[in-house]
Design a protein. Structure first.
Length: 104
């Protein structure tokens, strides 16, 4: 599979909303606690919305189209996306090999 790497000029970049998802629960088995409701384990940081700048060709991206954003992961165009506001959802992150290196 071939890919193309695009650098986005500041002058031509389009503003987009990007949704980054993390685990929905803070506990791997939130329903296993008899004395607590599983809702007590909702991760308040499970959704982060950031502003990103993307290449102009993405203005024509349709719902469900997939892209890799440099150093971030893979994203899909959300159904909330419109010509007025581009919206992308993270589907898969990239492996972070740097975090495992001992640079000391």
């Amino acid at each position: 599979m071939k890919g193309t790497l695009h650098w986005v000029s500041q002058q031509h970049a389009l503003k987009a909303k990007v949704r980054l998802y993390d685990r929905l629960f803070t506990d791997p088995t939130p329903d296993a606690h008899k004395d607590k409701d599983f809702m007590d384990f909702i991760n308040p940081n499970s959704l982060e919305e950031i502003t990103a700048y993307v290449e102009p060709s993405l203005a024509d991206a349709t719902e469900g189209a997939r892209f890799q954003f440099q150093r971030m992961g893979y994203f899909v165009v959300d159904q909330d996306s419109s010509s007025d506001e581009l919206v992308f959802n993270k589907t898969t992150g990239l492996r972070d090999t740097w975090s495992k290196l001992d640079v000391s």
